[in-house]
Design a protein around this ligand. Structure first.
Ligand SMILES: [Zn+2]
Length: 279
């Protein structure tokens, strides 16, 4: 008897543990929201957006990422974004999602924290009811911004503790080490938030160790460069409660594979999982 592996995988229930909701904005929706909100984009068509997304490196990607989210203005925009994502992954057998969102990328544009959160929550609530997908929200601090601004985001999150499960750290990693956010992470943990952080995506192995030792994260997002330090890899494997997320597509795009370390090897070498990621 032969097994159709693809069919088997398609039929399995899945959890998506690394998803930046703003990064799930599809070109069609970007154009539709731009029209709805009267926003002028530098792209005239879906094809032009696809062409722009041939990025080379994390910073190139981030520039497009922040430009794209300018179309998200009203609560219903955030709702529609999250609902479209849930509809898509429901077809792929996903039953649980843990979603990052970047409030500072919106509050910096004058969008209220509550507008973002309410839109996302209404989609997650109806998604659970109608699609059976459970979810958790992770609020990320933007690491290219000062820690004081992260404290502002934390103050907003503290008003909605029932709906925000964890804090995270994303955006441009180079030159923005975990240590920069030591105080806000300490405050967040004291407030009862779980801590996760992107580390070792473009930063060195030391950033992964610092995320563990200084930010006290229970999960490392990416962690690719941990492979440069065998002792750290052994530590991550021993520390049963720490998982790494590895993104084959993004890692290859950012050149990890040029170092002879495609990230599926990272999965095998670290003994960690290789969850799918959309950005
Ligand atoms: Zn990420």
């Amino acid at each position: 008897m032969t097994i159709d592996t693809e069919k088997l995988i398609e039929g399995l229930p899945k959890a998506e543990l690394h998803l930046h909701i703003e990064g799930a904005l599809e070109p069609e929706m970007m154009l539709a929201l731009a029209r709805r909100n009267g926003i002028e984009l530098p792209y005239a068509s879906v094809e032009e957006i696809h062409a722009a997304y041939q990025f080379d490196g994390l910073q190139d990607f981030l520039d497009l990422y922040y430009a794209g989210m300018s179309v998200l203005i009203e609560e219903r925009d955030f709702h529609d974004l999250a609902r479209a994502y849930l509809d898509k992954v429901a077809d792929q057998g996903v039953t649980h999602v843990e979603i990052f969102f970047d409030p500072q990328a919106h509050t910096d544009r004058g969008i209220a924290f509550e507008t973002v959160l309410s839109g996302l929550l209404s989609a997650l609530e109806t998604g659970e009811r109608e699609l059976g997908i459970t979810s958790k929200l992770i609020m990320c601090f933007l690491r290219h911004l000062p820690e004081e601004q992260a404290f502002d985001a934390l103050a907003c999150a503290c008003r909605h503790k029932d709906h925000i499960y964890a804090v995270g750290l994303d955006s441009g990693e180079a030159g923005n080490p975990p240590e920069k956010f030591a105080r806000v992470y300490e405050a967040a943990r004291k407030e009862g938030f779980l801590a996760v952080a992107h580390a070792g995506e473009e930063g060195p192995a030391a950033y992964v160790a610092d995320a563990l030792d200084i930010l006290h994260v229970s999960r490392v997002d990416h962690g690719n460069h941990a492979l440069d330090d065998p002792k750290l890899v052994a530590r991550l494997v021993r520390k049963a409660n720490t998982t790494d997320h590895v993104s084959p597509f993004q890692s290859a795009t950012e050149g990890h594979s040029r170092h002879g370390r495609p990230s599926h090897q990272a999965c095998a070498r670290c003994g960690t999982s290789g969850e799918r990621e959309l950005r």
